[in-house]
Design a protein around this ligand. Structure first.
Ligand code: F6P
Length: 549
């Protein structure tokens, strides 16, 4: 297949990009001069995605859509959803969408319809989560399990943690669900500090069941439990596991009826929809987990069926490609105006950066175009009092995604109205800015002496023309959250297709893991470091060892 940058459609977009002087200003677009590009607002699965604040004309937007067509995006979407081996380096499908299919759907992997197995696991999850929430699952000493400590990292942590925090507000909360991911013992020790082992359930979540951090935490948790309850037999009553590696869960001592499996065609960062979502069902109830899946499925249907130019994940993906590969924007900010979404940026970082942080195309050759951006963010309004200065007046252009719901799930006085006003005001301020003349006139009107107004005007002016997308919904229900997450999953996929990279592997995490393994003996032993370490590492090892002794 022709490399993306060899396509005439890529060159057409590049020509628009080079002609910066002719990009419409956001003030002009607000005044409908020239007419705005067509994909102003698109509605999908209960979300309204407003993309009117990007400096694109119809012609520019059409050029991006033409590029998507030239990259055979519709066929790629079909292949993804059909279970084709889209992860070519690991020779696997990437079928996270199958996990949210209704019971009567058919989705084949190697000729086998995987939907019945998915629903059988969901039923087991439902039964277990419901029984634990109801206090019917007893620990080793006969007391009901009331605390859950979820042990996992990366996709086995970020997704379920983010969803639990997002859905907790306003939910009946019979269980205390906590998450431990870091191999730094502080994380586990602090999480266990006030817990009673007799009423604590551990969920060990690891696709591979070999991840160093998770297995270290699981071993320490096991020791804490056995030590307190005085018997190895307690493990069966106090541990559950979620993994594709059933042999390893058995070796650890997890009772088979407490093991929930999934298949290797579910990528780690796409796994919250699988049994990895067990803590979601435990924390907020299985019905809400099911509703989350249904919301994601609604977005899957939209992605599968909407024409490219009206397809929300496609539009967002095209904008992502525009900014990263053509407009020179190295970062992308995500600002949820919703405190419960405070871990959404962290989940998105893994989703986007582990998927599209690649530099080798599907043909094995280095890419000659920029791929995935650095993704970052914090909830609004907090970010406004921290890094928004740079967004408004810095030298870099950072495209921003604003996310907000019309209704609060925890209404209190005017709080939500203030939140909404701030969200809308920020995207408007970024877009329209304030000219030096406007800044000066405003100061003069406020009685500032004219020489002072002239002196301060350059500092108090805002360049504007800073792009953003606003995603709004009615309320952050489980359905809407599911749709929002699937929207981003598909956006990331769209970008990978345009960039011709495999978003489903993550070889880039391996080297550091391997070197950490090599360094362990040197940090443990009393001998001087030996082996393939560079002088900097050697010196640091020696310093650390000196202090540890
Ligand atoms: O090191 C990265 C990674 O492999 C992620 O892709 C994955 O989500 C995480 O580690 C955890 O892996 P596991 O679920 O196998 O413990």
């Amino acid at each position: 297949m022709i490399r993306p940058d060899q396509l005439p459609e890529w060159s057409a977009v590049a020509r628009f990009a080079a002609d910066r002087e002719r990009w419409p200003t956001l003030r002009d677009l607000a005044a409908d001069r020239p007419p705005r590009h067509r994909a102003l607002r698109v509605e999908a699965a209960g979300l309204v995605v407003d993309t009117s604040r990007h400096r694109l004309t119809d012609a520019m937007f059409d050029a991006l859509v033409a590029l998507a067509a030239a990259r055979a995006l519709p066929a790629a979407i079909d292949g993804l959803l059909r279970g084709d081996v889209v992860n070519h380096t690991e020779r696997r499908a990437a079928l996270h969408t199958a996990l949210r299919c209704p019971r009567d759907a058919v989705c084949r992997v190697d000729g086998e319809n995987v939907v019945p197995e998915i629903h059988a696991t969901l039923e087991r999850l439902r039964d277990f989560a419901t029984a634990v929430r109801a206090g019917r699952v007893l620990g080793h000493t006969g007391r009901p399990l009331r605390h859950v400590v979820h042990l996992g990292i990366g996709g086995s942590d970020l997704g379920p943690l983010m969803v639990v925090d997002a859905l907790r507000p306003g939910c009946p909360d019979p269980l205390d669900v906590r998450f431990v991911s870091n191999v730094d013992a502080t994380h586990l020790v602090e999480a266990l500090r006030d817990l009673d082992p007799a009423t604590t359930l551990f969920v060990v979540a690891s696709k591979t069941f070999t991840t160093q951090e998770t297995m270290t935490n699981a071993a320490s948790a096991r020791a804490w439990l056995v030590d307190a309850l005085g018997s190895d037999a307690a493990v069966r009553a106090h541990f559950a596991a979620v993994s594709t590696n059933l042999a390893a869960t058995a070796t650890f001592g997890v009772a088979p009826e407490r093991v929930f499996g999934f298949r290797d065609w579910v990528g780690g960062r796409y796994s919250l929809w699988s049994a990895i979502g067990l803590p979601i069902a435990l924390a907020v109830g299985f019905e809400r987990f099911e509703a989350l899946l249904a919301g994601a499925h609604a977005m899957d249907r939209h992605f599968a069926t909407a024409p490219l130019a009206q397809n929300a994940p496609v539009i967002l993906g095209l904008l992502g490609v525009w900014y990263a590969s053509f407009a020179g924007c190295a970062t992308h900010a995500v600002i949820p105006y919703d405190q419960s979404l405070h871990r959404l940026p962290a989940w998105l970082q893994q989703l986007d950066m582990e998927s599209n942080g690649k530099r080798v195309a599907r043909d094995g050759q280095r890419v000659d175009w920029s791929t995935g951006p650095v993704v970052w963010g914090e909830p609004g309004t907090n970010g406004q009092h921290a890094f928004f200065q740079l967004l408004h007046q810095g030298t870099q252009i950072v495209p921003v995604d604003f996310i907000v719901a019309a209704r609060s799930r925890t209404p209190l006085g005017r709080h939500h109205t203030l939140l909404l006003a701030n969200c809308l005001a920020q995207s408007q301020a970024l877009a329209l800015g304030k000219t030096p003349v406007e800044a000066r006139d405003e100061m003069l009107a406020a009685g500032v002496p004219s020489d002072e107004a002239a002196r301060l005007a350059p500092y108090r002016a805002f360049p504007g023309d800073r792009p953003s997308t606003t995603i709004v919904t009615d309320t952050l229900s489980p359905q809407r959250l599911g749709a929002l997450l699937a929207l981003h999953e598909h956006r990331v996929f769209v970008q990978s297709v345009l960039w011709d990279i495999n978003p489903f592997d993550q070889w880039g995490v391996e080297l550091g893991k391997q070197m950490a393994g090599d360094l362990l003996p040197q940090l443990d032993s009393s001998e001087p470091p030996a082996g393939p370490v560079d002088p900097t590492t050697r010196a640091l090892v020696e310093q650390l060892r000196a202090w540890r002794e």
